[in-house]
Ligand binder design. Structure first.
Ligand code: NAD
Length: 443
């Protein structure tokens, strides 16, 4: 099928590349000329495991194209996926300016394109949007063209860091449409991805829009829940890892997404929880649980910061702090809403010098901090002469380090572990002062 992805970010690029890989002819459109120029050279503007290889193979096969020209992108598309960003506006609502901007562009392009033989195109909203947005998109397109088109909602569930696997083997695919023929065409497109019996769930459009928010809100709730329990555990001298194991062996609870840490970040959970809360505000439906989920998440960063500041008697001025991990989670270079940003900003504000290391997120980190922090060439280089190590992201390469090397490079053997990647008993044996989350401090 001939497909167009509008917006070539984490979702548009991964989705477009994976759809090209099953034989579709895909055009990825973006307003960002620098991004498109890189992609035309076969260089991915984002870090996503496995993407580079898939990208070059599909470009070479002539199935994957990149453009900034809407006329070229929309000319022959049978299905157009809107994958633009939906960030929070200054009141926490999903800002639909990119979504509706793309809709108007699509309307203009449909109006001026030659009528091709075949069925009217399907416009698919893949961006995460509040209930009612598909209807706004339909109206925006219809305001610009009298040509026929169909609409579908198809929220995306991929996770950064595992996006290709998630897209190729999704737990489920959700399609919202009021029209059986559109559902049939979407089922045909996705058939290669559901060969193992994972379902394509067709439903009405508002429900499809809501599924995505409900799913992200649930996952965010699990994270805030375990963080709140971790704080209680710590206050009463219990150990969260033991509590977690005891709790998670109950099959009704399960063990996924119940790891204490610095709280959730990234480009989805924070904004999607806020957008859900706004939907409640707009409809007069209280969202007390989500309000608490959000507040607990924000507080979790200060709970951890208080440990760092407390260790330095509230005055880390003149100290050097090494930070491992800038990305909001392992496997990505995305730093949007990363807890590391809150931690490093607060340390800088308090007068500390910050030396950071991340396996892939120096460029994106630089977009936030510029030269206000330094970027070390390796995890060990970040430690030289530092007064403490702070772990913000649980990259695999941090999990079994050479502790002797850490100790010899640090001025003082102090570790603040925001992801509980080390064992307190081992840290005690090795002579570290060690703070983590929901566990008794060591040293
Ligand atoms: P992103 O910010 O990485 O990319 C969006 C891209 O859209 C940008 O490159 C921007 O230049 C481009 N754009 C904006 N307006 C455009 C227009 N009119 N025409 C062409 N291009 C345009 O965003 P993302 O992280 O890929 O997220 C996109 C959507 O998918 C959001 O709604 C997000 O909530 C949702 N989502 C994201 C993830 C994720 O892990 N990132 C997962 C599932 C769903």
């Amino acid at each position: 099928m001939r497909l167009t992805m509008v917006g070539t970010g984490y979702v548009g690029l991964v989705t477009g590349t994976c759809l090209a890989n099953t034989g579709n002819d895909v055009v990825c459109l973006d307003l960002d000329a620098a991004k498109i120029a890189k992609l035309r050279d076969g260089v991915s503007p984002i870090y996503e495991p496995g993407l580079d290889d898939l990208l070059s193979r599909n470009i070479e096969a002539g199935r994957l194209h990149f453009t900034t020209d809407p006329a070229e992108a929309y000319d022959r598309a049978e299905i157009i996926f809107i994958c633009v960003g939906t960030p929070s506006d200054d009141r926490g609502r999903a800002d639909l300016k990119y979504t509706l901007g793309a809709a108007r562009d699509i309307g203009d392009a449909l109006e001026s394109r030659d009528d091709h033989a075949g069925e009217a195109p399907i416009i698919v909203v893949k961006s995460t949007v509040p209930v009612g947005t598909n209807e706004k998109v339909r109206a925006a397109i219809a305001g610009r063209t009298s040509k026929p088109f169909h609409m579908a909602s198809n929220p995306e569930f991929l996770k950064e860091g595992a996006a290709i696997g998630d897209f190729n083997k999704p737990d489920r695919i959700v399609v919202g449409t009021h029209d059986e023929r559109t559902a049939e065409r979407m089922r045909h497109l996705y058939a290669p991805y559901v060969r193992q019996g994972n379902p394509i769930l067709c439903m009405d459009v508002p429900s499809a829009e809501m599924v995505k928010y409900a799913s992200n809100a649930m996952l965010a709730t699990k994270i805030s829940f375990i963080n709140e329990i971790a704080n209680l555990t710590e206050a009463y001298g219990a150990e969260i890892e033991q509590v977690r194991r005891g709790m998670c062996s109950d099959s009704r609870i399960g063990n996924k997404f119940l790891y204490p840490g610095l709280g959730y970040g990234g480009s989805c959970f924070p904004k999607d929880v806020l957008a859900c809360m706004s939907m409640g505000e707009d409809s007069g439906v209280p969202t007390e649980l989500l309000d608490a989920v959000h507040n607990v998440n924000q507080r979790q960063r200060s709970v951890f910061l208080d440990k760092i500041l407390g260790h330095f008697d509230g005055a880390p001025s003149g100290r050097t702090v090494a930070v491992w991990g800038i990305a909001f989670k392992p496997g990505t270079d995305d730093v949007r809403e990363a807890p590391s940003i809150t931690i490093m900003e607060a340390l800088l504000e308090a007068g500390a010098t910050v030396r950071a290391y991340d396996p892939v997120a120096h460029e994106t980190g630089h977009e936030v901090f510029g030269e206000r922090i330094t970027y070390a060439d390796s995890s060990y280089d970040a430690l030289d002469g530092a007064d403490a190590l702070v772990i913000c992201t649980e990259w695999s390469e941090f999990r079994t380090p050479d502790f002797g090397e850490i100790k010899s490079r640090l001025q003082l053997p102090v570790v603040f572990d925001g992801r509980n990647i080390f064992e307190p008993d081992e840290m005690r044996r090795l002579g570290f002062v060690y703070y983590s989350v929901g566990r008794r401090p060591v040293g």
